[in-house]
Design a protein around this ligand. Structure first.
Ligand code: NDP
Length: 502
């Protein structure tokens, strides 16, 4: 590990300012392209979480009472400031996780939309219910939940965080965030954006640290009123227990093992281009990575040949270079995982059609690079077809009938995303409806929008991000029932009860 003067040295962001951890502990942030330390942030413990929760509780007393329009104004300003500061955010996200510039610039340019969208929801989303009986008016209020805890992963640091904090903030909650220890810098910097936008101190707090310590202190904190996690399924189970003990709502965006289902009317070039995009973008480190290509047997061999040829041509390199098409994996641990699974795949009897190794050359020697990898001769029950690898590895499985394709697409414990590729409209919808996944794309993959609900079936999660449903999940409904009648009633008189409920 080479230590250089870090570009970024701040502590945690609590009550509107950068402060050090109470115990003075820090954690280094590494650049996965060369192992250099690019930042040092606080490593928070239970005392720091307590301070952040208290700041958020103080802020809630006023923020929770603002109008939707007031919150929307601040969120719109935050969106504009973030747009202005995007180049800085893009550069630091690349340095933290190694994802290449062309992808990071495209992804982050969309992040401000989440603040605009949920600001607009806060401004407009109100409910009334039809009057009941002849004498009663019922209206509902969406009341914020309180202090919420957000635990986020490293693969899309700002995008995933924004999917959680935008609806939480719009609904009037205050929050404490525990970002991944691999990518805490940009979540901290977002505090500066909110401060400039006029968000009151204490609404947004970030305490970096490690999952089993800082994360545990946050998720088990007795005064946190909701937890929202994006992470692996194993972490989801651990935190769900905590939420169960404290009887609080829990949203979980967990692991995936997405299939691309290719029917034979898909041209080979389209099939290949789609698979390259679905499988290798973000060096395969996305929850909806198209890690399983389920392809009709009639085009299987041609697709495999072309997919392998094109995978070998993908340009690996410095992720800051706009010409680079694939950056390193985000950490040594992640590359170790990929290498372990490639060995498992070979031991299980699968065949490597492309990749399966690190790239050669001095330029890659210090970073966590790995070549795009394609496995054939794969059976659905193999571990490489079932378990989330989270790297640039795709397995190819042939099918003969539509029923078989559906069974394969549904044939894992996960249910996050699936894409269906065909020009046959009836088949596209029929298959989409048979897929047990929270997101089904038809002739596309990876598309996301703040208005489009996002979340998993089966072991891929609980609850939804994005859309009105995400806003609703950050509120509690209060039903206010108003008696419009002045008539006297007396339940204990001879006819009082009947009149009252007629
Ligand atoms: P992890 O589950 O390892 O970690 C997620 C977050 O949880 C991190 O901040 C981690 O801290 C924290 N954490 C870990 N253990 C605990 C604990 N016991 N208590 C509280 N917090 C804890 O996931 P990764 O960061 O490795 O992210 C990859 C995973 O995220 C994949 O499984 C992927 O599929 C999933 N994901 C799901 C998405 C979806 O929309 N469904 C989107 C993107 C990713 P730390 O890392 O600092 O130790």
């Amino acid at each position: 590990m080479t230590i250089h003067q870090p570009q970024f040295a701040r502590g945690m962001f609590v009550d509107g300012d950068y402060v050090d951890a109470a115990a003075g502990k820090t954690l280094p942030v590494e650049n996965p392209k060369n192992g250099e330390i690019i930042g040092v942030v606080a490593d928070g413990d239970a005392t720091d979480i307590e301070a952040a929760v208290q700041a958020a509780e103080r802020a809630f007393t006023t923020w929770g009472d603002t109008t939707g329009a007031e919150r929307a104004d601040i969120m719109e300003r935050a969106a504009q400031i973030l747009r202005r500061r995007l180049p800085e955010f893009v550069s630091l996200e690349i340095d933290q996780i190694g994802r290449c510039r062309r992808e990071m610039a495209a992804q982050l340019s969309r992040v401000p939309e989440w603040f605009s969208y949920f600001g607009a929801v806060a401004r407009t989303h109100e409910d009334t219910v039809p009057p009941f009986g002849r004498t009663h008016l019922n209206y509902t209020r969406r009341v914020p939940i309180g202090v919420v805890g957000h635990v986020t992963p490293w693969n899309h640091p700002i995008l995933i965080l924004t999917k959680k904090i935008a609806p939480a903030m719009a609904a009037g909650n205050t929050m404490v965030v525990k970002p991944s220890e691999i990518a805490p810098i940009t979540p901290l910097m977002l505090g500066e954006v909110f401060k400039e936008a006029g968000l009151p101190n204490g609404v947004y707090n970030v305490v970096p640290g490690y999952g089993p310590t800082t994360g545990l202190a946050l998720t088990s904190h007795p005064r946190i009123r909701k937890i929202d996690l994006t992470g692996g399924t194993a972490t989801g189970r651990v935190i769900a227990e905590m939420a169960g003990k404290n009887l609080i709502p829990f949203t979980a965006e967990l692991g995936g093992k997405a299939s691309l289902v290719m029917f034979p009317d898909t041209p080979v070039e389209r099939c290949v281009a789609a698979t390259l995009f679905a499988s290798f973008v973000a060096t395969g480190q996305t929850c909806v990575q198209g890690s399983r290509l389920v392809v009709h047997r009639s085009i299987h061999d041609r697709v495999v040949a072309e997919l392998s040829r094109r995978a070998d041509l993908i340009r690996l390199g410095d992720p800051q270079d706009p010409a680079t098409q694939l950056g390193p994996l985000s950490s040594k641990r992640q590359r170790d995982t990929v290498e372990r699974y490639v060995k498992i795949g070979l031991d299980e009897g699968a065949t490597l059609a492309a990749g399966g190794k690190r790239p050669d050359g001095e330029a890659f020697s210090r970073g966590y690079y790995y070549r795009p990898t394609v496995f054939t001769d794969v059976k659905n029950e193999m571990r490489i077809a079932q378990e989330e690898i989270f790297g640039p590895v795709v397995v190819v499985i042939p099918f003969d009938t539509e029923e078989e394709a559906i069974a394969l697409a549904n044939g894992t414990e996960f249910g996050l995303g699936t894409s269906v590729w065909t020009k046959d409209v009836a088949r596209a919808h029929r298959v989409a409806h048979a897929i047990r996944a929270g997101i089904v794309w038809i002739n596309d993959h990876h598309r996301i929008d703040p208005a489009s609900p996002w979340g998993g079936f089966k072991m891929s999660g609980l609850g939804r991000e994005n859309g009105l449903i995400a806003y609703d999940e950050y509120t509690q409904i209060q039903s206010v029932i108003v008696n419009l009648s002045d008539a006297a009633f007396d339940w204990y008189s001879d006819d009082g009860g009947e009149k009252r409920y007629s």
